[in-house]
Design a protein around this ligand. Structure first.
Ligand code: DC
Length: 225
């Protein structure tokens, strides 16, 4: 396999997609594009504007008007990128518990998905990009030459998520994090499945570095095949 111009990484919440995606993009000199930020930015702007998240038409209408941009980091505060929604920096705000609670509902609306997918495809088609999400390999970039579907057990994902949150001073108990993840799995289930030609990687106990080495090796092995 020649170095693939688009690498799709999908899988459930907490499977390590963003860690892997960011590292892989850095290693290859590609753009790292975490597509979940688009659904999150839309949810945040809807909440700020008093849009009822349970009203599909209002949310879908907003999805067509909102301008979401993903830019390189503009502040040295540990961010992997800067997200602008209608010109405002919402990089950290999209991680709030309110957005976390509302985003799965927003991401289920067909009109929202249509618009988000369309915008993601514009970026994907430019190439040299690692795209992370739920439906990249199946819907957004079905022709991506390399599709990775990451899996990890619920316990492992909860442990990782809790540690990640502690670094952001969010001390929620592990049980609660685990419960939230299980609920997200259920809510995201409508789009969560590996593409037929995806490489499924179960990464319990595997470090991100080991995972990257495996993928780079996989690309090289398939090149000579
Ligand atoms: O990956 P994340 O937690 O930031 O995703 C936020 C929400 O957006 C989550 O409910 C799943 C949804 N999502 C999606 O439906 N399709 C994508 N390509 C990316 C995220």
């Amino acid at each position: 396999m020649q170095q693939p111009l688009v690498i799709a990484i999908d899988g459930p919440a907490g499977a390590g997609k963003s860690t892997l995606g960011a590292l892989l993009a850095e290693r290859l000199g590609y753009l790292y594009f975490d597509t979940g930020v688009m659904y999150r930015a839309l949810t945040l702007v809807a909440l700020q504007g008093g849009v009822d998240l349970d009203a599909p038409e209002a949310v879908e209408d907003l999805a067509e008007r909102i301008v979401i941009e993903v830019a390189p980091p503009t502040e040295p505060d540990g961010r992997q990128y800067t997200i602008f929604a209608d010109g405002a920096d919402v990089t950290w705000a999209i991680r709030s518990p309110e957005v976390e609670r509302g985003v799965s509902v927003v991401a289920r609306y067909p009109g929202v998905r249509r618009e988000m997918v369309r915008q993601q495809q514009v970026i994907g088609h430019r190439g040299r990009v690692v795209m992370v999400g739920r439906d990249i390999g199946t819907v957004v970039m079905p022709d991506a030459p390399l599709k990775i579907y990451l899996e990890a057990s619920l316990d492992e994902r909860a442990r990782r998520r809790a540690t990640e949150r502690q670094q952001q001073r969010d001390m929620r108990p592990l049980d609660e994090v685990r419960f939230d993840l299980a609920r997200r799995d259920e809510m995201d289930g409508h789009v969560l499945r590996p593409a037929d030609d995806a490489v499924v990687l179960k990464n319990d106990g595997l470090s991100p570095e080991a995972e990257i080495d495996w993928i780079i090796d996989y690309i090289a092995r398939n090149d000579s095949a």
